[in-house]
Design a protein around this ligand. Sequence first.
Ligand SMILES: [Fe+2]
Ligand SMILES: [Zn+2]
Length: 476
Amino acid sequence: MAARKSLLLTRKSLLLKWFTIPRPVYPMLLLVRPFATLGPERSPASTPSLNSIGRVHSTASYCTGSAETWAQYGIKLACESDGKYMEITFVDGYSTRFNSTWLRYHCHCDHCKQAHSGQRLIDPSSVPNKLTVKHVQLNGDKSLVIEFNEHDHKTIIPVDFLRENDYSPAARAERSRLRDPVHLTGADKLPIIDFKDMNTNEGLLSWLVAVNDYGAAIIKNTPTREDFLGELLDVERKGFKVHPTIGPVMPTIYGNFFVVEGADKPVNIAYTDVYLDLHMDLIYYESAPGIQFLHCVRFDDVVQGGESLLLDSFLVAEQMREKFSAQFDALRRIPASFQKVHYERDSPVSMKYQKPVIVCNPEGKLTAVNWAPAFESPLSIAEEDIPPFYEAYKTYATLLKESPHLIKFRLVPGDVMTFNNRRVLHGRSSFALNGGRRKLMGCYMNIDEFKSQVEVCAQLCGKPTTAKRVGNHDFF
Ligand SMILES: [Fe+2]
Ligand SMILES: [Zn+2]
């Protein structure tokens, strides 16, 4: 816990360092920007007077440098006359604006935010509906003190926080772009990483980034011990600084680890030798596993078939959107049903979940695909939705089946196939053992833990990156 806390603190300080605008040698200037320069969205009728914005600090009380230095590092502020927005121009000339209610909710004062945890303490029921900015003051610690028409509170917000959390359309589009996954278009794009190179944070980062970007990667030359995945992931994560680990393992109804090998009366079709169509695992969970690991410990030469299959479901969904937009929309709108109901096993299970095959965020960007035909339960939707659902469902299935982007390869002992189970579909061709053995050990990792590891490890390595938009229906 202590290690985790220090990690968080390290990350926080690194983040601050990363995002901080070059700090001026001299304190900054608070200027009121004439309304006429605010742009076309404001009505000239609401031109504010200086008094409506608040006190303007005398430059003399702050300025210890030359006028040129002030100009270079100055921050400009302005408010609409009705105080619904505050516009800020940063040191590099970039301007944006913030809604007054938004500003109130992001107060950093001790009353509204706990300093060491960063957790918000503000009581939403105490915030007035219509807040307007009445007065703004720039503090020497580069924070703003904002007073609203709410008399009993002074809101404190660091200027850097505003820059970092700018929610203008352009800023949100840029943040969104950083979360776009890179499509896995074929075997030539499948990242290969040698296990001996994963011993350091830098090495671990190469795997994290590969799976984050492309949705899959193969780790080569690992030991073929059957308990190796436990070592690779760590059931209880040790962290990065002492011992870089991928972990932790996500336990499921199949336990922490599972074996993929032919079995009598299997509890899953995977434990046979038949063809396994493209699918996602455990999609009947509310939060299905994020990353799947399949460690090849045995694959004898005499075994025929059994090649692994991978296909980027997001890539195919985007192709569907382009060619069959109405059907794409149908799979977004009409929910499918998934289930795992199985009492004839050591631990009986009954899980049912209804969700659409395709999920997009409010901007229309793909956030999730839910695809596991073998685990669908009876469709339970309005009758008029049945024809459009099945038409769209068949189209998507056909596009998957005919996709030129299918990756097919034969694992060799020591390979660990790793992929984002929420994005990259997996399957297997049928096989004939011919007296040999094919044995894989498997486990999962939660998508949230994975996304966290991506950003933390990248930060610790001084190469900040953003976890991609592929997960548990995360709208970012
Ligand atoms: Fe599977
Ligand atoms: Zn406060």
